[in-house]
Design a protein around this ligand. Structure first.
Ligand code: S3P
Length: 209
């Protein structure tokens, strides 16, 4: 079995971007027993990773962040993949890695903000998991994003005004996809640990878990 502990971040640059190493988890529990699979979606800065980690902890599940998974499998950060392959190349890898992660059992997965908006990713996720849209107002998202600079190529180099305009426009465009999630939780006021726990509580209530 390949487990997370077998995976060492590889500082050497792999030249085989198309051929990742073996999937980072194998699939157990396919003998008919029930399992939980929750996928969190939402715009950059909505708190998917923070809430996802806490939710997984509360439910005793394994947490996967899709961007992290891509980075581990391809030995490249997201900005590096964007720089080398462009957004199109990134979306292709993202889709492929989604197809690995979304089949693991007893997991909470947090996606990248764009994941639901490409290919048939949203329908695919809905067919396999309880999908939850963490929804927040553009102003709140832009504020969170101003604090996490450098990790997100789509907003790199934008002034605060440009960032807010960009977020407002793209949130609106992406809403069509996000709103296909099975559940929506408003996380606009999510900025303290109390609010995070509150989101976890709401999600558990929605899913009855
Ligand atoms: C993206 C969101 C990022 C990452 C990439 C593209 C997007 O993930 O996948 O930079 O298109 O919204 P986070 O939502 O975790 O920041």
């Amino acid at each position: 079995m390949i487990s997370m502990s077998n995976i060492e971040p590889n500082n050497k640059r792999s030249t085989q971007l198309e051929k990742p190493s073996t999937p980072l988890s194998h699939r157990e529990g396919q003998g008919g027993e029930s399992f939980i699979r929750i996928i969190l979606i939402g715009y950059m800065g909505a708190g998917k990773t923070t809430v996802g980690k806490e939710l997984a902890k509360a439910l005793g599940l394994t947490f996967y962040d899709l961007d992290w998974y891509i980075t581990m499998r391809y030995h490249r950060t997201v900005p590096e993949i964007f720089a080398e392959r462009g957004e199109e190349g990134f979306r292709d890898l993202e889709r492929r890695m989604l197809h690995e992660v979304a089949e693991f059992e007893n997991v909470v997965v947090s996606c990248g903000g764009g994941t639901p908006c490409f290919y048939d990713n949203m329908d695919y996720m809905n067919s396999l998991a309880d999908t939850i849209y963490l929804k927040a107002e553009p102003e709140v998202l832009a504020m969170h994003l101003r604090m996490g600079k450098g990790k997100r190529p789509l907003i790199e180099g934008k002034t605060p005004e440009e960032l807010e305009d960009y977020v407002r426009e793209t949130v609106q465009a992406r809403e069509t996809y996000y709103s296909k999630a099975k559940h929506t939780v408003d996380v606009t006021l999510l900025d303290t640990s109390v609010k995070i726990q509150e989101s976890v509580r709401i999600i558990r209530k929605l899913l009855k878990v």
